[in-house]
Structures are given as structure tokens and as C-alpha cells.
Ligand binder design. Structure first.
Ligand code: MG
Length: 387
């Protein structure tokens, strides 16, 4: 056994998952090393991260942001690369073993693609990669013998629970959802929720886009599609239960009726560390559950009338093809419009549904076609809001 550190390229190092990933790497006792970091425009934080972790490369994808930062004092061994193409370059570099794909939204797909095409292990936090390009990405991974290890907490839980049996013994998976901040809101109350209320998540600390997605349950819809591709499940093998404490991260039900669940505190450092260390486990840096205290776990079925996003997720998982790209693109545009006070909370899902219904469905699209439809769906939502 060697003590050589595992070399990690971290795409999206300044976001919520990126910062947690660096915490895991920084506390890994030299087991893990960050050899490349990328950010879109938060050059200030990227500069600080480079000073601390001394990677071989840092990438700034927004050239204007790279231009305006003073890079004096960057470690001598760290090279600055500018522009989105550099993401593909670091993801595919020979020196890199594991690529953490943590760029938010469908912008993360190209980094995932480059890493898989280079046969890397991909610790996948960017769910849009599979929502937009599920069929293409999973086929590419088979061709290049690339491993995709989920970082999304629910999928990490399923991945871990799968170790308890054979794949043909699995009856279904049950994804848990916190229910978000509006779990107990009536339909009338939902119509009036503000941006500030939507950004206040009860159990998870995350970026604004995914926090709004948790409030609409669109996050769970995206995760249904993600699970369908990641684990090659039939859509009717995926169920959702509302679990407000976010302690049970998901459940696998086997043929015999046994349910294997993974539990832990709601802390993304746990699934991040699992993905980076897999198949090993090491001392954890995430906060732990305290079994000396009373612990209550509640589960309830989701209310599809108040949270219609779930139905969309199942529908998109069934249709496949270009439906995922439209779901993802339309949702990003609708969430952006909500955050800009241009669209009410309860109109996010109808805006996405309209784009799905109006799109030109293709069951076997190319990468270029799904990317094009992702862009089309954003425009379509803007048109729908204006109409
Ligand atoms: Mg999740």
C-alpha cells in the first residue's frame, strides 16, 4: 500500500459543495490532495483557496472576472487558466484521478462529460448532468470504464444501501425529501411565499438555486430523474417519502421486504467524503447523530396537489429523451425569475410544465441537441412569463 494522496480536481470550488469538499480534503490527513480548482467568478475566494491548497491549476471560467482579480501572491506552483474550455482540460489531465463535479446547474454537464470521456472516477454532485444527459452520460461511462459515485445525499444513501444485496434483488428505492420550508403550508399560503422565506431551509445549508428547488420539491423531481439514470431503475421503482428531519437519507427495499437505509446528520461532508474515499471509509469530519438524546423520525407521503413538481419528475423519468433537458433548463430559468421577483412561487412548476408540453420531443437526442433544448427551454420560460 502506498501513502500517495489521491489527486482530486474540484470543478466548482467556491460553491456550497466545493467549500465542503475542500474541508474534507483539508482534514484528510494527506489522503486527498486538491490538484485543480475551478470557479466561475468568485475569484477572491478562489485566490484564498489556492493560497491554502496550492493546486497545480486554478481555472476561472468567466474571463472578465479573471481580468479584474489581482493574482499577485498566487503560489508559484499554481497556474491560472481562463475560460470554460480549461474545465475540460483539467478534468481530463493525466495527473487527476477523481473529478468532483460540483458546478451548479446544467453548466456542470460539460465538466462531467470531459471527466467521463477521460475515464476518471467522477464524484457527481451536479445532478443536472444526469437529468439533462442521462442516457448519453451513462453510455459514455460504460464505454470509457468511468465510475460515477454519487455525492447527492439521497443517491449516496442508495449507493451505500445497494451494498447489502444484489441488484436483481432490489424491488425499489425510496428517496427521502425534507419537504422544504413550506411542507405544512396550505395552497393559499404557498401562493404568497416570498423569496426570503423560500431561501430559509429548515435542515440543509445550500446555495440559492437548490434551496428554492427544495421548497418547490423540484429538487426531488430532478433527483428522481437522476436516480433513474444513475442506477438504471425503471421509473415505477422510484418512490418518495417526506421525512422532515433529513436523517434517513434514502432507503432501498429488497424483494423480501427488507428495507436498508443510510442515516446520518444532514451534512454534505458525509456523502462527499464517502465518494472521495470509496470503497474505503475513514474517520469522518461530518457532525454525528447523538444517540444519547431522544431522536424522532417522521415519514409522510408527499402531497402531489400542493407540490406538483414530483409528478413532473416521474413523467420526465418515464419519457427520457429530451424531456430532462427541458425540465432542467426551464426550471433554472423559472427559479431565476422567482429570485428576481418576476414570477410567483406557485407559478414555477406551471412554467416548467408549459415548456415540457411545448417542446419538440426527441427520444434519442445527441449531446448537441440536449444542450440546445436546455437553452430553448430557458427562452421558452421567459416567453411564457411575458405572455
Ligand atoms: Mg439531494
Amino acid at each position: 500500500m502506498t501513502n500517495r494522496p489521491k489527486k482530486v480536481a474540484l470543478l466548482g470550488s467556491t460553491g456550497s459543495i466545493g467549500r465542503s469538499t475542500l474541508e474534507v480534503i483539508g482534514r484528510s490527513d494527506g489522503r486527498l490532495s486538491a490538484v485543480a480548482l475551478s470557479a466561475h467568478s468568485n475569484t477572491e475566494l478562489l485566490f484564498q483557496q489556492a493560497a491554502r491548497f496550492r493546486p497545480r491549476w486554478i481555472v476561472v471560467t468567466d474571463p472578465a472576472a479573471a481580468e479584474s482579480q489581482d493574482w499577485t501572491g498566487l503560489p508559484a506552483e499554481t497556474k491560472l487558466l481562463v475560460g470554460p474550455e480549461a474545465i475540460g482540460q483539467i478534468a481530463a489531465d493525466d495527473e487527476v484521478e477523481t473529478v468532483v463535479s460540483a458546478i451548479v446547474g446544467s453548466a456542470g454537464l460539460l465538466g462531467t462529460w470531459a471527466a467521463i470521456a477521460a475515464g476518471k472516477r467522477v464524484a457527481l454532485a451536479n445532478k443536472e448532468s444526469l437529468v439533462v444527459g442521462g442516457a448519453l452520460i451513462t453510455r459514455l461511462a460504460r464505454e470509457h470504464h468511468a465510475e460515477i459515485i454519487p455525492v447527492d445525499s439521497e443517491h449516496s444513501a442508495v449507493f451505500q444501501a445497494f451494498q447489502a444485496g444484489q441488484r436483481d434483488e432490489v424491488r425499489r428505492v425510496i428517496l427521502t425529501a425534507s419537504g422544504g420550508p413550506f411542507r405544512t403550508h396550505t395552497a393559499e399560503q404557498l401562493a404568497d411565499v416570498t423569496v426570503r422565506e423560500a431561501l430559509d431551509h429548515p435542515t440543509w445549508q445550500m446555495g440559492p438555486k437548490i434551496t428554492v428547488d427544495s421548497a418547490t420539491l423540484m429538487n426531488k423531481a430532478l433527483e428522481i430523474v437522476e436516480a433513474r439514470w444513475l442506477f438504471d431503475l425503471k421509473p415505477d421503482q422510484i418512490a418518495v417519502t417526506i421525512h422532515p428531519q433529513s436523517v434517513v437519507h434514502s432507503i432501498v427495499e429488497y424483494k423480501d421486504g427488507s428495507m436498508i437505509a443510510q442515516l446520518g446528520s444532514p451534512d454534505m461532508k458525509l456523502p462527499i467524503q464517502y465518494a472521495l474515499d470509496w470503497p474505503e471509509r475513514h474517520e469522518g469530519v461530518a457532525t454525528r447523530l447523538d444517540w444519547s438524546q431522544a431522536l424522532r423520525l417522521d415519514f409522510e407521503p408527499p402531497d402531489l396537489e400542493r407540490f406538483p413538481a414530483l409528478e413532473l419528475g416521474l413523467e420526465v423519468a418515464r419519457r427520457g429523451g429530451t424531456a430532462g433537458a427541458v425540465l432542467s433548463g426551464a426550471n433554472e430559468a423559472a427559479v431565476a425569475a422567482f429570485l428576481n421577483h418576476e414570477l410567483s412561487f406557485t407559478k414555477i412548476v406551471p412554467a416548467v410544465r408549459a415548456a415540457l408540453e411545448n417542446h419538440d420531443f426527441d427520444p434519442q437526442p445527441s449531446l448537441a441537441r440536449v444542450l440546445e433544448l436546455d437553452r430553448w427551454a430557458r427562452q421558452e420560460v421567459i416567453r411564457w412569463i411575458g405572455a
